[in-house]
Design a protein around this ligand. Structure first.
Ligand code: GLN
Length: 253
């Protein structure tokens, strides 16, 4: 059984669990390997340590960080992402949490887990009432696939790909571990994005990225009925665990 956790401090938890269940049922039920999944809400270090992979949901990243700090979860989260390099996916506020740097339109610094060598701009499209839906063409779902409906709610975007963190422990920021080896891959863009307050635009915003086992999306696939990204990600999780298994076995041989 592969245990997938959803960080349940705040935000859209149950929506992810529901879609993970549907994705597992539709994409793995005919699998010859008989892969089974457990989908768990995660609120403690012990629960996190039992997980093979984790989703950090959308919500509000400052609040999520405050709660995580209060529950003493930050070290365990960094260990999970940046030392053990287990598969993690952050949606919206979750993407903010996984960024090495975040800038905000209003407030400044906040504690981050990190793992992705990117700087995100929070609330890129403005406030709640400026939420919108846009069709995204995501190549990783397959060339001929129909567009994915991206739900953007006070969404962040990736502003900048930054140079890799040094990996040295920084006592001030309590940063530990390092981002995944390898480059940040741009997995999805939103074309023709407009500046806040403008009707039309021609900016191209980065709204999905991956670096090693760390994946992030600005938008909320869990708020659609579309299981494709959840199914794709579960497949990545399975492949990553298989790969690790092979590496460990080779080491022993
Ligand atoms: N604006 C929120 C943040 O910066 C994210 C919003 C969301 O997750 N829907 O944390």
């Amino acid at each position: 059984t592969i245990t997938v956790g959803v960080l349940a401090l705040q935000g859209g938890v149950i929506e992810h669990i529901n879609l993970l269940r549907q994705a597992a049922a539709s994409s793995f039920s005919q699998d010859n390997d008989q892969i089974t999944f457990a989908f768990n809400e995660v609120r403690t270090t012990e629960q996190l340590q039992k997980c093979d992979a984790l989703i950090i949901p959308g919500g509000e990243s400052t609040t999520m960080a405050i709660v995580a700090r209060r529950l003493g979860l930050f070290d365990a989260l960094r260990e999970f992402v940046k030392v053990q390099h287990k598969p993690v996916w952050g949606t919206c506020a979750g993407l903010v949490m996984l960024a090495e740097e975040a800038s905000a339109t209003k407030q400044g610094g906040q504690e981050l887990v990190g793992g992705l060598d990117v700087k995100v701009l929070r609330n890129r499209y403005g406030t709640q009432i400026q939420s919108f839906v846009a069709d995204l063409s995501l190549k990783f779902l397959g060339e001929d696939e129909k567009p994915f409906r991206g739900v953007f709610i006070r969404a962040p975007v990736v502003e900048e790909i930054i140079s890799p963190s040094s990996g040295v422990e920084d006592s001030h920021l309590k940063k530990k571990g390092k981002s995944a080896d390898g480059a940040v891959e741009i997995m999805g863009v939103y074309k023709n994005a407009a500046k806040v307050g403008e009707e039309q635009g021609d900016e191209e915003d980065i709204v999905a990225v991956r670096q090693g086992n760390v994946f992030g999306t600005s938008f909320h696939p869990e708020l659609t009925g579309d299981v494709r990204i959840h199914a794709w990600w579960l497949r990545q999780v399975v492949d990553s665990l298989r790969h690790k298994d092979l590496v460990v076995r080779n080491d022993r041989a």
